[in-house]
Design a protein around this ligand. Structure first.
Ligand SMILES: Cc1cc2nc3c(=O)[nH]c(=O)nc-3n(C[C@H](O)[C@H](O)[C@H](O)COP(=O)(O)O)c2cc1C
Length: 397
């Protein structure tokens, strides 16, 4: 996939820059055409000659006085993909804010090529609120991250902040360029539905929609044609068609209309199982006494999808409190291809959180437990999984 692709490697000033020499070497081995650009700080860690010898081109290091009159636009337009490794906290901050005060940051601002950042820094810098904001902003702008991993850092400390290994960066770059879900129509649902009691009150749940939005965003980044039916009010991710609904009934109708067009449906929404039988037309008043709420079942969207004559590849979600045994049962009986189960009461998992610990359960009940990851990383891995599954389907003929 990297063969004959034009890859621009940005190197910023972190100790992990020594690993980037090997990354560049591996890119060349894969047949990629590589150019390197370095910040002034990066030059303190590795010599320009190392990259020159491997790539056959002198790395670009400055805006002015170079052979080219406009090195930043030249590199920006040349690149099919840009990988910044290591990405320092400083370079991430500049990229997130559009600061362009040297060759690397100006090129990042000038390019329209997809960008992959491989952050590397001490744990405290990585966990600093400013870095968290900057990474979130870059991801929201559609850029990709790989790593950092947890492990031993320079100086002997351990924790998250270690740059992803070159092989992992290569794989991420492969995915970035491949558009692994290119041309695949993906329908995602997100958010908790709201079932009216009266015009101002509703029966709802704690779902924030973060997981479903992350899946939609990541699927779009992988080249899929994504429609998101959401009962959570959040801005539409780049490249995603957003349909806003409120109730389970509205979500069921939207999904029924769109599902036959989709190759994949991901039901990440927390759809209410019950709704009030008769929503009052006017606001219920305290003076009228305590209302008696009678509930009735809502449409079972997942069951409806599974019963289609030619169902799409179906991903269900199961929010459990405690054991995931019931999710295993759901995977076996609901007619879905895979269930993503999580214990919403576990630390770091569930509603509103930015992280999630999930298990993938297939139709046979086989459980694949994933570690605690950011919701974005769960979405990323789920898209990889879907790409593999769909390839298997096509391969089976
Ligand atoms: C020995 C040493 C190691 C450093 N390692 C890192 C690092 O891994 N990550 C990081 O964000 N900054 C690191 N820094 C700080 C950056 O070099 C510094 O913030 C610099 O301004 C980054 O500039 P640049 O982003 O333009 O390359 C290190 C500094 C020193 C002196």
């Amino acid at each position: 996939m990297l063969h004959e692709r034009r890859i621009l490697v940005g190197v910023s000033g972190g100790i992990a820059a020594y690993k980037t020499v090997y990354l560049v070497r591996r890119l060349i081995e894969q047949g990629a055409e590589v150019r390197v650009m370095m910040t002034a700080s990066a030059l303190e860690f590795v010599g320009r000659q190392s990259f020159a010898a491997i790539t056959g081109h002198h790395p670009a290091t400055g805006l002015f006085g170079a052979d080219s009159v406009s090195p930043h636009t030249e590199l920006a337009q040349w690149a099919e993909a840009v990988v910044v490794a290591p990405a320092t906290a400083n370079t991430l901050a500049k990229a997130a804010h559009g600061i362009s005060d040297d060759l690397v940051s100006t090129t990042l601002l000038a390019t329209t090529a997809p960008m992959l950042f491989a952050p590397a820094m001490h744990t405290e810098m990585w966990e600093n609120a400013a870095t968290r904001r900057n990474v979130a902003a870059l991801e929201a702008d559609g850029h990709s991250m790989v790593g950092p991993a947890s492990g031993t850092l320079a100086g002997g400390d351990t924790g998250p902040g270690r740059m992803a290994e070159p092989e992992e960066i290569l794989q991420a770059l492969d995915r970035l360029l491949a558009g692994r879900l290119s041309g695949i129509r993906v329908l995602v649902t997100a958010g908790g539905t709201r079932e009216p009691i009266d015009p101002v009150r509703f029966v709802g749940n704690r779902s924030s929609g973060k997981m479903g939005f992350a899946i939609a965003q990541e699927a779009a980044a992988c080249g899929a044609d994504v429609t998101l039916v959401s009962s959570a009010t959040r801005p539409a991710p780049t490249g995603v068609a957003l349909i806003e609904v409120e109730t389970a009934e509205e979500m069921a109708k939207s999904v029924a209309k769109l599902a036959s067009e989709a190759e994949v449906v991901v039901m990440a929404a927390a759809v209410a199982d019950f709704r009030p039988v008769d929503a009052a037309g006017t606001k219920l008043r305290r003076s009228e006494g305590i209302p008696e709420l009678q509930l009735e079942p809502t449409p079972d969207i997942l069951a409806g999808l599974a019963a289609m004559e030619q169902p799409p590849y179906l991903v269900g979600f199961a929010a459990e409190t405690g054991s995931i045994d019931r999710a295993v049962e759901k995977a076996r009986t609901k007619g879905v291809d895979v269930i993503v189960a999580n214990d919403v009461t576990a630390e770091g998992s569930g509603f509103g959180s930015d992280t999630n610990q999930v298990a993938l359960i297939d139709r046979r009940g086989t459980v694949d437990r994933w570690p605690l990851l950011s919701k974005r990383e769960v979405a990323r891995r789920l898209c990889d999984f879907l790409a593999d599954q769909l390839q298997g389907r096509t391969g089976d003929g």
